[in-house]
Design a protein around this ligand. Sequence first.
Ligand code: SUG
Length: 417
Amino acid sequence: MTITEINFDGIIGPSHNYAGLSPGNIASANNAGAVSAPRAAALQGIEKMRVNLRLGLVQGFFMPLDRPNMAWLTGLATDIASAPPHIRAAAFSASAMWAANAATVSPATDCNSGLCHLSPANLLTMAHRSHEWPGTLAQLKLAFADPQHFAVHSAVPPPYGDEGAANHMRLCASHAEAGLEIFVYGKSGGPYPARQHIEASKAIARRHGLDPARTLFVQQSEIAIAAGAFHNDVVAVANERVLFTHEQAFENPQEAYAQIKALMPEAEIVIVPANRISLADAVQSYLFNAQLVTLPSGEMALILPLEAKENIHVWSWLQEMIAGNGPIRRLVPVDVRESMANGGGPACLRLRVVADPAAVDPRFIADEPKLDIIAAVIGQYWPESIAPDQLADPALVAQVKAARAALLNACGLDELA
Ligand code: SUG
């Protein structure tokens, strides 16, 4: 049995569009009303998965959810033709692509049951994301169906908002060993909502059977949320013994670092000072929304968005970091511009699951030939562009439904239809 980290990327759905649905997410607000490019977006996501595979990492994927969500519209006593534009856009959103928000995952080594636990996030703060979890749960139940290895829960009930792995970090000596799980919650975000409620985090820690002595609850800084870090993974990322964080990520950073060091003396905390990279630059470049990964060589690499390379403050700091002798040794920029324009970087697009890949339903595990097949379906069926006023067009609805059906069929996942 090989316990390893598997990155599951959300395949970017055929309804990807810019509707400005997420207050507090600056990219989403700035691009509201722009014309999207779903086909190019999804192909960018596929290329990112190929980069991971070629680095020697284990890669998985999730299917896009069924959009527009007709059942949700029916529950609201409306339909695509007559729904007000914001409701229609919420039904249409391809936001399940950001798999970091799909669930919180605790590897088996951390859980008293000896199983890997997964809890889909209720995402209840944003209307367009609040109806993701039933579709996500159906998929998790399929991918992680093996009861010898996995326990899949339902979402945490309202009123406590949960945003999944985007507000959860894990430090450990190596992926296969027991770790320290860190839940980052928000209390207030100035003008913007704090999406992760501490009670949701605590409920997940209880249901996953985590050791309270190896679990931390840390408050996200109010100014970070107010600056556009609507999820903690916009300002911090962890991998094995390394925490890579902006100086202003946490409300009480010194206390957070001290708690981490007390529980894990070997932890290495790489702190980016605000006088080198402002919160505004961190949010614009998504430097921390990188996949911090351990390569087969044992070296750590940051898979980060091109926007980080294009920001002079960010790139020069990263060059200095690499030239030094810190734990992060390689920078791998990737183009996920279409996702970035809605506030989703490389790390948002993936859910990390530490488990034996052989225990996962193989239909969700990627290799290059499978990605070729998926890319061909995307090339044939995904809309080239979506303008906001097209969302009411029955032809677009039909195209989006047919596109997903073709993908499910190509991946042998018709049961998710
Ligand atoms: O929830 N954007 C997503 C981005 C999620 C990023 N995920 C992580 N940081 N892990 C969100 O705000 C925008 C959709 C729109 O406006 O059309 C959106 O939902």
